[in-house]
Design a protein around this ligand. Sequence first.
Ligand code: 2P0
Length: 332
Amino acid sequence: MLLSAVAQAQPNIALIKYWGKRDAALNLPATDSLSLTLDSLWTRTRVRFEPGLTQDVLEFNGGANAAMQPRVAACLDWIRALAGSTLRARVQTRNNFPTAAGLASSASGFAALVVAATQALGLALNPAELSVWARRCSGSAARSIFGGICTLENGREADGSDTCARALLGADAWPLEVVVAVTSLERKAVSSGTGMQSGTRTSPYYAAWVDTAHGDLQRAKAAVASRDFAALAHVSEHNCLKMHAVMMTSEPALIYWTGATLATLQRVRALRERDGRHVFFTVDAGPQVKAVCLPEDADSVASALRAVPGVQTILRSRLGAGARCIADSTEI
Ligand code: 2P0
């Protein structure tokens, strides 16, 4: 057994979103979701189990990260139990994009952690099994195990052992591009987990959100199957705005948007409805706007969004591969 492995995972952007849990202890989502795995944004993680360590040690972007330490240790505990190991690990991880700012860093982070840790302990898990463990660590991480377009639907088992992501389309099967308009680089004040809990308890719209999620997923899957960009645009924007309606009507209210977020949404709609561009928006638990477009419209979408007052920077990505091990010699 090597006891050490390095993995890379990319964040994913949900078009049909996970917001709310049907079982918090097992981290089972209350809503089905569908997402695009990105290519040019990544997390790289080295996990090295060392006999001399008395606790797990986390190094994040070259420094300590006390806030993430308990979640990383809990994730490693599950993997140790599976492998029958008691060894503690040194974890080095790096993101090439802003963390905890609504860019799905927990998705890529926990997917990379699960792939590296299971490999290091000699567990030969298939993608569905990796996805179950990644989901246990962070719901959205289940989807970053797969590339291209995938879904995360509720399974039948009460223990969640079949609640894992499933591949829908490979990264090259429908060439889409995501243009991210970054409107703030600050870490979010309220985590997704805390926001979901509050929405479940307090938003009068939460029940309707959950009731309509499966229908949205079916519409999105049909749009993907027929490469119907307009239909995917329609259901994705609708689903996104329903999730933000739940957030905004939680008590206390959760408003992740800035003024620039709203200005960018309006710009995306004008690009589509007035200029005929193939583009639609989605926004996650943060202020950034992700504009999904066909490649032929990506340059004009990027330059239009760069010009929106308050947009600080633009990131661009095609769809990419799922989480995987990379060379052990990779610098983190
Ligand atoms: C999503 N988000 O489907 C939705 C859209 C944020 C908004 O999944 O508590 O960080 O770790 O399971 O995975 C963020 O939730 O939450 C998320 P946990 P996670 O992408």
